[in-house]
Ligand binder design. Structure first.
Ligand SMILES: Cc1cc2nc3c(=O)[nH]c(=O)nc-3n(C[C@H](O)[C@H](O)[C@H](O)COP(=O)(O)OP(=O)(O)OC[C@H]3O[C@@H](n4cnc5c(N)ncnc54)[C@H](O)[C@@H]3O)c2cc1C
Length: 304
């Protein structure tokens, strides 16, 4: 996939911030996944533009990783370049502007810290995003949320693509756990706007939600949150539980006893273990209820 000159070009742009044949398991919340041919840590929009130009010219395969909290990376890893944003992409600024709390964030900023900062300024509705462990870019791509979703608060989005490497504004539409953001768009930065409310009340509501999440989610073992999207008018977790799947295992992957829509890695699970377990659960739900559950987690890379 990448020849010697591609590798040399990546080293020219990124120096020590590119690694080859880098295992991806440490970069995913499931702690699963084989190696990336090239793992590029990109620290500025200029660096990203240079990489995008190389990708465009050489037609190289690539993938952008956020915090890896919604990903099943295949045991065979990912061919081409895996991009991870860092440096200036991690910046967050939160300010009260008139009746609004405005958050300007780079795509690699972590949602938990952003949520805490925004809550302390009284951002109304921020509690809906509390406890979601990903990055800003991943939250936008997934339209992450609970009763309210990321997209509701977006004021502007800047992306970079191989064909148009400089950061430019786009206006995606947001749907339940997906958006119309182009597949080849890397989110560079986002502005969010919230109605301003009393900070103490916002913080208290958020804390309540965090406590409830802790009690209902199996956070002691590596996981990727909910595996299946809720079908219209129902809950995926309810359907999975109803077929008796809690506790089912494939290798070291297990359907959580605490929350049936979570699969936990009990130690050393492979991507194939998780994929087999997901398929088994899906089949059982389809046979019993005639409902084909759709995956919320993204599969990426080579599955063996
Ligand atoms: C314990 C736990 C609880 C969770 N609870 C929730 C919840 O309540 N609600 C919810 O919606 N989700 C939840 N999730 C799932 C997950 O955290 C979200 O989907 C999150 O938004 C993913 O962000 P990420 O940065 O980890 O993205 P990743 O998993 O790294 O990537 C997900 C997708 O986003 C793309 N992506 C990442 N960064 C960018 C970028 N800069 N530009 C373009 N595309 C990008 C990736 O290519 C990939 O397709 C939970 C996960 C866990 C582990």
């Amino acid at each position: 996939m990448l020849d010697g000159s591609d590798r040399a070009r990546l080293v020219d742009i990124l120096g020590e911030y590119v690694r080859f044949d880098e295992p991806l398991a440490p970069y995913t919340s499931w702690k699963i996944g084989g190696p990336a041919d090239a793992f590029a840590t990109v620290r500025s929009e200029d660096e990203l533009a240079a990489i995008m130009r190389t990708i465009f010219k050489r037609k190289l395969p690539w993938f952008v990783l956020g915090s890896g909290s919604n990903l099943l990376v295949g045991d065979g890893g990912i061919r081409g370049i895996v991009l991870r944003l860092a440096g200036s992409f991690a910046e967050v600024a939160v300010a009260r502007e008139g009746e609004h709390v405005v958050v300007r964030a780079g795509a690699s900023a972590g949602m938990p810290a952003l949520v805490a900062q925004a809550a302390s300024q009284g951002a109304l509705g921020i509690g809906s995003l509390a406890g979601i462990p990903g990055s800003v870019g991943g939250a936008l791509r997934m339209n992450a949320g609970t009763d309210r979703e990321f997209g509701e608060f977006v004021r502007d989005v800047y992306v970079q693509t191989p064909a148009k490497p400089a950061a430019h504004a786009v206006t995606p539409q947001y749907f339940y756990r997906h958006t119309t953001l182009a597949r080849d768009a890397v989110v560079a930065r986002v502005t969010l706007a919230f109605d301003a409310a009393d900070p103490a009340a916002v913080r208290e509501e958020m804390q309540g939600r965090l406590v409830r999440r802790k009690a209902t989610q199996p956070l002691a073992f590596p996981n990727a949150g909910s595996c299946f999207r809720n079908p219209p008018g129902d809950k995926a977790g309810r359907l999975v539980e109803a077929v008796g799947a809690k506790g089912w295992r494939e290798g070291a992957a297990e359907v959580s006893e605490l929350h049936a829509n979570f699969i936990v890695n009990r130690g050393g699970a492979s991507a194939s273990d998780v994929a087999c377990l997901l398929a088994r659960v899906r089949r059982a739900v389809a046979e019993r209820f005639g409902i084909e559950l759709e995956l919320e987690v993204h599969f990426v890379g080579a599955f063996t």
